[in-house]
Design a protein around this ligand. Sequence first.
Ligand code: ATP
Ligand code: MG
Ligand code: MG
Ligand code: MG
Length: 439
Amino acid sequence: MRLSRYFLPVLKETPAEAQIVSHRYMLRAGMIKQASAGIYSWLPLGFKVLKKIENIVHEEQQRAGHIPMLMPTLQSADLWRESGRYDGYGEEMLRMKDRHGRDMLYSPTAEEMFTDVFRSYVKSYKDLPLTLYQIQWKFRDEIRPRFGVMRGREFFMKDGYNFDLTKEDALHAYNRHLVSYLRTYERMGLQAIPMRADSGPIGGDYTHEFLVLADTGESEVFYDSKVTDISLGKRDIDFDDVAQCQAVMDEFTSLYARTDETHVEAEFNEVPEDRRRVARGIEVGQIFYFGTTYSDKMGATVVNDQGDHVPVHMGSHGIGVSRLLGAIIEASHDDKGIIWPEGVTPFHCGIINLRQGDDAADAACESLYSALIAAGLEPLYDDRNERAGGKFATMDLIGLPWRITVGPRGLKNGVVELTSRKTGESVEMPPEQAAAKVV
Ligand code: ATP
Ligand code: MG
Ligand code: MG
Ligand code: MG
């Protein structure tokens, strides 16, 4: 992409309404524009990162054997009356009537909808296990939408639902989700710690939230600092291997790590004192096993090998896809702007032409630009007729991992400058070498 032809409405001033750094940078970098409270337009740069994150979530869900589909955002109230949640859900549910006076709502989550699809088609235990998921817009009429995409009213969420014959199978699905979520966050350059949590209105005994540690997080968390030393890394996971998934679950959840709702001071005090941490975190996902709560109420049964009709064991599992943009920025930025991890960066590399219109500089930039595209990367070439200072400030703000700076003076010695956004380190080298380093 050439910046002269892109749409990147960068703001010079810090918007007064933004209280936290991720919100400020998303507005300043021209990623989002507020449409109304908690509802955002996704401008090209923000949309690009949103899609990158969505793709990673899709890849990791499908790697775990989960099947993507799509539900409507507008749903009839009838299904929600069956589960009892139409009245129970409260003010967060956005309700409306259609022209015939029928009660409708904008889906805040989709247990009912998925359970209904399941019961309509699946009749036999032979069709289990089954995990269906979607990545779709949700609406919750949050009492205090704030911090930009962190707590929106309209937000993008992955929600998945497992259907299993037995509790044992459903707990394997639960573990599978834990493992696939760990992979998902790590690919985004994030450490998200599974913590024992409260199941809230969805109900059930088993639930973990995934928290990214950040001072601006809305949750208070208590943990053994040793949990921050564990990572999944490049392990080869067989998602059908019950013992392997259980082992990962045990490894990640046996140390003390809880949100305030489930925190027990006496147990926390058993953690060696120098490892006890009280901090704040951003909830970027949550997994649940809730047994037959919905299948009982909605009649989602299968015939087992004895010929009996039995309710299926279910769980639901969510990732805050749009919230993740905020969480990643909170975890990775400096005073100049965002520092995107490689996995989610909107463009891989920025090219800055210090003297647009200089024949040698223009030619070197053009050839770098095409070399990077040929290598399968997406470079962002700042080809505008602007001061160098302004170009640097924009690149730093939007936070691409690499910047190649090209100017007539360096080119006389056959070099350009390659700069890492993360370390700030700059090294001079021939253009071909710079291109090779970025790839
Ligand atoms: P919170 O405690 O932050 O209100 P939640 O527990 O109500 O979140 P879940 O029902 O667990 O949310 O939904 C799954 C994921 O969706 C959450 O872990 C979070 O990452 C994301 N999410 C929930 N509410 C919002 C929101 N208002 N804006 C953006 N993302 C959200
Ligand atoms: Mg909530
Ligand atoms: Mg929560
Ligand atoms: Mg939650």
